[in-house]
Write a protein that binds this ligand. Structure first.
Ligand code: S3P
Length: 166
């Protein structure tokens, strides 16, 4: 078993909830990458995007991911755009990375009114982003977890089954 588990997936896919529950269940540390960035910069994600731009946020993401992956026995919940940076994909490929896959409409319904997510705009634009990213999530992950009709605990247990088999 490797030392870290990373969860990737589009906005609203439950990376945070699943990550926290999974870590608790196996007694590992849990890190939410966005929360670490907010803590480190003392700025909400929306403000980083608005004041410094997306490219700056992406460079922070790479820096923080690189740091947290030095840890052991740690579950990392990433931000939905982690896979747009090729350097991050390389890091994710080298560990236990799971893609929490959902159909777009379910995700959009969950995130549509969330003002804290700067990349949530119109249905059409967000769908475009989802389509652009699907293959990247699949390529960066070791296992794709199809989440539809599964409870959060079922998703957690499915991840654990794969980790134990590694
Ligand atoms: C982003 C997803 C967000 C956050 C930022 C950018 C993205 O995280 O990192 O707003 O590019 O998809 P969540 O996936 O937790 O919403």
């Amino acid at each position: 078993m490797e030392e870290t588990i990373c969860l990737i997936g589009f906005m609203g896919s439950g990376k945070t909830t699943v990550g926290e529950t999974l870590a608790k269940k196996i007694g590992w540390h849990w890190i939410d990458l966005d929360a670490e960035i907010v803590k480190g910069t003392k700025m909400p994600i929306a403000n980083i995007f608005a004041q410094k731009g997306e490219a700056y946020f992406r460079s922070l993401e790479t820096q923080y991911l690189n740091d947290v992956l030095k840890a052991t026995h740690t579950v990392v919940s990433t931000g939905g755009g982690i896979i747009v940076t090729p350097e991050n994909v390389k890091m994710l490929e080298a560990t236990n990375t799971f893609y929490l896959k959902w159909e777009f409409d379910i995700l959009y319904e969950r995130i549509a009114n969330d003002k804290a997510r700067p990349l949530v705009t119109s249905y059409k634009e967000v769908l475009e982003r989802y389509k652009e990213r699907e293959a990247l999530y699949e390529a960066a992950s070791r296992v794709v977890i199809t989440c539809k009709n599964k409870t959060m605990m079922q998703v957690v247990d499915e991840i654990l089954k794969h980790v134990k088999a590694c």
